[in-house]
Write a protein that binds this ligand. Structure first.
Ligand code: ADP
Ligand code: MG
Length: 506
């Protein structure tokens, strides 16, 4: 009690208003407002740890912690013991004057420190805030300890990976790679570490919940004043979207290349085919037996079929770079012809109703790609038990904005889709067909339809006996072309067909 009295007197002489608080239930924000805290050794030790923890989180300079010790009842903490780095000690018994002198000396040193370091401290705090607010993941690994353990990660890193700072501290960053320890890009990281230089690599990493993501890691060595390597800083950016898009682009480039190949083959076949058909025609007009004539007629029919297929392939893969004026049936018919045998093999009957409509201005091959995917998806959904494929096209004014155009409907009586599937069908790579699907069809379609300022809608049911899916594609007449282009086109529609062709082909 005499000790407390001495301390209180000393405090009031130092013009400090004393507050007495109980040992438990520390409120760090209240404690932070004190200039110094005098406490029993054990409590003081606890407070030092508490403040250290908050200092790491950048909460500013802590009050001076002064421990009260009594050498007769307890062993004096030495500075070697961890957690005992008090700012001062009051070793009782002491007289009031001694307490006052000791406290003043401690506070003088503490205030001098606080003054000298407050600017540095503020800068440090700012840096910490910057680190914490940066949206890219930041990780810092110590280079002075074997195996480069992580010593710091920012909140964006925690969010990106799902791991908390406490979970990753002390571990090497490689745990993010999961079982993918032989990624080619790791060579870049190893090379950067071996030569102590910067490096950027895109790695496949895994979040805590096991989901993969692509991590663009930019690694930089940090040197101290003497040029010794002390840390590595890694900046992590989630580039999953970009990598997926690159893969999709490569896939669609591959498809386009196959398309071009098919179209050049069709082109090469066309010339010899015409010769054979002419020869067949000549043979038919010679004097030959009825039996031979029958053979020649059959050959002619089959050759016409081949011609139709090559012509359609050419048309189908023709890459348009400019919008063209096309009737809905010109868009639909080649697709229906192409899938006819596929549909009948799957036990699918086809019902087509095309109401006459004005021509559409569109990228012909692209719209064919959209319709073709709708038809092939529909047939796929019916391939187990057969069913009916209904395809319709008609003129339509879009409700609400008065835009006019063509409405295509592709309906099937297939499996239908669950609500979960329905919510994902327009996402890239979403497929329920395993390796049989790419999951790109509807995703690419969306982009094409958007460019044509059209819309796509879907309804689907899995009700037993009434399952099926209906896709409706609306394309406005002047979707892709500007109004003036459409006006030019319709003007040229009234002029001789040669002029029309030249306009359309430009
Ligand atoms: P893919 O055909 O390569 O799977 P799509 O983007 O064309 O990719 O289709 C994505 C998914 O949408 C399909 O895997 C399927 O689950 C679903 N889907 C699309 N059309 C239909 C349909 N008519 N009936 C049932 N499911 C469909
Ligand atoms: Mg598809």
């Amino acid at each position: 009690m005499a000790e407390l009295q001495h301390i209180l007197t000393a405090a009031s002489e130092m013009k400090v208003e004393p507050t007495i608080f109980s040992a438990d239930g520390h409120n760090i924000h209240q404690l932070k407002t004190f200039e110094f805290i005098v406490a029993d050794r054990l409590v003081a030790q606890e407070l030092v740890l508490l403040f250290e923890e908050h200092e790491v989180a950048g909460e500013g300079i802590s009050p001076a912690i002064i421990a009260v010790t009594r050498p007769d009842t307890e062993a004096l903490p030495t500075s070697h013991q961890p957690g005992c780095n008090f700012d001062g000690l009051l070793t009782f018994p002491m007289t009031g004057t001694q307490v006052r002198a000791q406290l003043s000396a401690i506070m003088y040193a503490h205030c001098a420190f606080a003054k000298r370091y407050s600017d540095a401290w503020r800068e440090l705090q700012l840096n910490r805030r910057i680190f914490r607010s940066i949206t890219a993941g930041i990780s810092v690994a110590s280079a002075t300890v074997p195996d480069l353990p992580l010593v710091y990660v920012n909140p964006a890193f925690e969010e990106m990976t799902g791991y908390t700072r406490a979970e990753v501290q002390g571990r090497n960053c490689r745990f993010l790679e999961g079982n993918e320890r032989h990624q080619p890009a790791l060579a870049i990281v190893r090379d950067a570490l071996a030569h102590r230089r910067k490096g950027v690599a895109v790695l496949k990493n895994f979040r805590k919940d096991g989901t993969p993501f692509w991590n663009e890691l930019s690694l930089s060595p940090i040197m101290d004043d003497e040029g010794h390597l002390t840390h590595y800083v890694g900046i992590q950016t989630d580039v999953t979207k970009r990598v997926d898009l690159e893969l999709a682009l490569r896939e669609s480039e591959k498809l386009a290349a196959v398309g071009r190949l098919a179209s050049s083959i069709a082109h090469e076949i066309n010339n010899p085919l015409t010769s054979v058909m002419n020869l067949n025609f000549l043979a038919l007009s010679t004097d030959c037996s009825q039996e031979t004539k029958n053979f020649l007629v059959t050959a002619d029919r089959e050759l016409k079929r081949v011609k139709l297929i090559t012509e359609q392939s050419l048309r189908f893969f023709k890459q348009s770079t400019k919008a063209q004026s096309t009737s809905p049936s010109e868009l639909l018919d080649p697709i229906l012809d192409l899938y006819q045998s596929h549909a009948s093999n799957a036990g699918v009957t086809t019902d087509v109703r095309e109401r006459p409509s004005r021509p559409l201005v569109c990228m012909e091959s692209e719209i064919r790609q959209v319709l073709s995917n709708l038809v092939s998806n529909a047939i796929y959904a019916m391939q187990e038990h057969g069913g009916q494929l209904s395809v319709r096209s008609r003129e339509c004014g879009m409700w609400g904005n008065g835009r006019e155009g063509v409405l295509f409907t592709v309906a099937d009586t297939g499996t239908g889709m669950s609500a979960e599937t329905l919510s994902c069908i327009y996402k890239a790579f979403f497929t329920t067909k395993g390796i049989g699907g790419t999951g790109l069809g509807l995703w690419i379609s969306c982009e094409i339809i958007e460019r044509h300022r059209g819309t796509i809608e879907v309804r689907s049911s899995q009700r037993p006996g009434a399952s099926g899916t209906v896709f409706q594609l609306f394309l406005p007449y002047e979707g892709i072309a500007s109004k003036t282009e459409v006006a030019d086109l319709s003007r040229s529609l009234r002029s001789p067909s040669s002029t029309l062709r030249s306009v359309l082909e430009h």
